[in-house]
Design a protein around this ligand. Structure first.
Ligand SMILES: Cc1ncc(COP(=O)(O)O)c(C=O)c1O
Length: 391
């Protein structure tokens, strides 16, 4: 894998025609160390966010040995990492996936949010007695960019009944929730804990583990979150008030927060029409979130003779496919002189970007490199002020 000090060094040396995934494994390592040092429980990386071997290696090297997987393909991949503990936290799994996970990969930890799924797990594990079962409860989304409460989660009396039924078959009973991805304020976690507490009391069950899911934020141009330490404080305070024993496990499953700043995409401008830039990756590639969720990722023109005083003006991006929804409206602030052949670094794209890219229209091929400089934004330094763009 080729390493460069910066995107400029890479572009100067390679003049790449393909879009380039520029991994910063040191940033993933820093994020992992922060969670290990600050989260008062176990950390399972949400594999779906980015399964690049460079980032997985950095997370593992920093001490992350638990992974949240959501499919057979993910678990088969993750199981190749030595000594890992896998959690199969998708609340709806195919029967063959449950059987394979339990019998072939020794996975005992499963999420569920319905009695039918519980029945499937019991049947497909042949009534196993060593299961760790996590009931996924529905919690309100508060200041989340990607709310997740509509698809999964059980609430009210149904949740109480499911907790009781799950307790009867589980060796370890857990409660899990997800406050929604890119949640920018920690009160979402306080509200979720309140919901979990009320269900435990009403169901009258002993709970052995609380899994607070993911949702920890990264930094984007249009999304400036509370400090991560504020999230940890709220989780600690909420956990202290839970009707559980001191032996109750506390687990989190961050995806975005561990990898978002650890990868950039370097794209090439194929054409400029006024303030529209036609670039060589887009909505069907790594820019799904920019196209469909309007994420405003930081951008930087990569040019050796960049004039730092040049005014930045708003641009929109169009991807390489023939489809008109291959459009990222931005605005992406870039120097007015940008032109065909220029390269742009699109930063903090480590979460759910590489993972979402498709081969539509024959695109979806990338070059991979490693960069050694800092990401455009970090939420892990004491001073969280972003480094100046285009500097
Ligand atoms: C069950 C589960 N855990 C963890 C995550 C990771 O969430 P995030 O990337 O917001 O931290 C997800 C994301 O969808 C999820 O579905």
């Amino acid at each position: 894998m080729e390493k460069f000090r910066s995107a400029l060094d890479m572009v100067t040396a390679l003049k790449p025609d393909l879009p380039v995934f520029a991994a910063r494994p040191h940033a993933a390592g820093r994020a992992a160390r922060w969670f290990i040092n600050n989260f008062p429980g176990e950390i399972a990386y949400a594999y779906k966010a980015n399964s690049s071997v460079f980032l997985l290696g950095a997370l593992y090297g920093a001490g992350i040995t638990q992974f949240d997987v959501a499919s057979v393909a993910e678990l088969e991949d993750a199981a190749t990492i030595p000594g890992v503990r896998l959690h199969f936290m998708h609340p709806v799994k195919a029967r063959h996936a449950i059987r394979k996970a339990y019998f072939d990969y020794d996975i005992k930890c499963f999420a569920l949010d319905s009695e039918d799924e519980l029945q499937k797990i019991v049947e497909e594990t042949d009534g196993a007695k060593n299961l760790e079962l996590f009931v996924r409860i529905s919690v309100p989304a508060k200041n989340s960019r990607v709310p997740l409460e509509h698809k999964f989660g059980i609430s009210g009396q149904k949740a109480q009944r499911l907790l009781v039924k799950t307790r009867q078959v589980a060796d370890e009973l857990g409660i899990t929730f997800h406050v929604g991805s890119q949640t920018t304020t920690p009160d979402a976690f306080a509200m979720a804990f309140e919901e979990a507490k009320s269900l435990i009391v009403k169901a009258g069950v002993v709970v052995d583990a609380i899994d607070v899911g993911g949702g920890f934020p990264s930094r984007y141009n249009d999304s400036i979150p509370s400090r991560l330490s504020d999230f940890i404080d709220v989780i600690k305070t909420s956990m202290d008030k839970m009707p559980v024993t001191e032996h109750c496990r506390l687990i989190c499953e961050p995806g975005r927060a561990l990898v978002a700043e650890a990868e950039s995409l370097i794209v090439k401008v194929d054409l400029r029409k006024d303030n529209s830039l036609y670039i060589n990756d887009g909505a069907y590639g790594a820019l799904f979130d920019a196209a469909h969720l309007d994420f405003s990722f930081p951008v930087k023109l990569i040019r050796a003779d960049l004039d730092p005083g040049e005014a930045l003006v708003p641009f929109e991006f169009w991807g390489p496919t023939c489809d008109s929804i291959d459009h990222m409206k931005g605005p992406f602030m870039l120097p007015a002189s940008i032109k065909e052949g220029d390269y742009i670094e699109i930063g903090n794209l480590g979460a759910y970007a590489r993972a979402m890219s498709t081969r539509f229209n024959g695109y979806g091929e990338y070059k991979d490199v490693i960069l050694q400089d800092d990401p455009m934004y970090t939420v892990y330094s004491a001073d969280v002020t972003p480094i100046a763009l285009n500097a």
